[in-house]
Ligand binder design. Structure first.
Ligand code: SF4
Length: 254
């Protein structure tokens, strides 16, 4: 192993070196390498099937990596149930990060609880309150942010690297399944009997908040069921784009 980024400030150069090293390793090796670098590493899971693969690997090989989830208050019951089941299976704690009550109340007063159907601005504002702000708390002080992003999830994610510098958050983002396709994920889950969300067997390849997720039809892209009423092919919740590019509640409304 030639990499030595310990002592370096997270930046583009460090991320580039790490990206090249991670490309040579399998999933367990990738996680072990990140865990060995020092600094806090946090994996944020949505409990989706690829995230379950990462959680299983952390529980088995790298329990020092923290696991966190964003409990938005709008999740499917199946997703919430899977949090506890996964903790019990791997003997780990999945930290729950909730939105601030005052932020939710302000959102509802301004847009209505389900105002996110009415405009992209309102939808981004809801994701800002229920996801982006809690994520910022989950990542406070972290050097590495591990995610389940894969290149096959959407055209928008087709060039996902194994490691990239997140200048907005001042950390290195690690995508250890960037090169896995959905068939590999399913085969791995089956072989290791990893617990997964039963909604995946009902036409939901990508599962987010209940009001914003529908089953997809045969042939549709994996993320076609997320915010399906919007026309933008690049729709995301703001977690994986720079905050400056992700509209959220304007400061006067918070
Ligand atoms: S996915 Fe939907 S319900 Fe969840 S935070 Fe975003 S807009 Fe709100």
């Amino acid at each position: 192993m030639t990499l030595n980024i310990s002592g370096l400030t997270p930046g583009i150069e460090a991320a580039s070196s790490l990206d090249a090293e991670l490309a040579r390793l399998d999933l367990a090796g990738r996680l072990k390498l990140v865990a060995s670098l020092g600094g806090r590493a946090v994996f944020t899971t949505s409990l989706g099937i690829e995230d379950q693969v990462i959680t299983a690997a952390i529980g088995t090989h790298c329990p020092q990596i923290e696991v966190a989830t964003l409990e938005t208050g709008m999740l499917f019951k199946e997703t919430v149930d899977l949090i506890g089941e996964t903790e019990a299976r791997y003997g780990i704690e999945i930290q729950r990060f909730h939105p601030e009550v005052a932020d939710v109340e302000t959102y509802i007063a301004q847009y209505g609880k389900f105002g996110f159907y009415e405009s992209v601005e309102a939808r981004h504002a809801c994701c800002g309150v229920r996801k982006v702000k809690p994520l910022a708390r989950a990542l406070e002080g972290a050097s590495f942010w591990i995610t389940g992003l894969r290149r096959g999830q959407s055209g928008n994610r087709a060039t996902t690297p194994f490691a990239e510098f997140d200048a907005e958050r001042g950390l290195i983002k690690i995508n250890p399944l960037a090169d896995w396709d959905i068939d590999q994920i399913r085969a791995h889950v089956k072989a290791d009997a990893i617990p997964y969300n039963p909604l995946h067997d009902k036409g939901y390849p990508s599962i987010g908040c209940e009001p914003c997720t529908r089953a997809i039809r045969p042939g549709e892209p994996e993320r076609a069921g997320r915010w399906w009423w919007e026309n933008d092919e690049k729709r995301e919740c703001g977690l994986h784009v720079p905050e400056a590019a992700a509209p959220s509640l304007n400061s006067s409304s918070l």
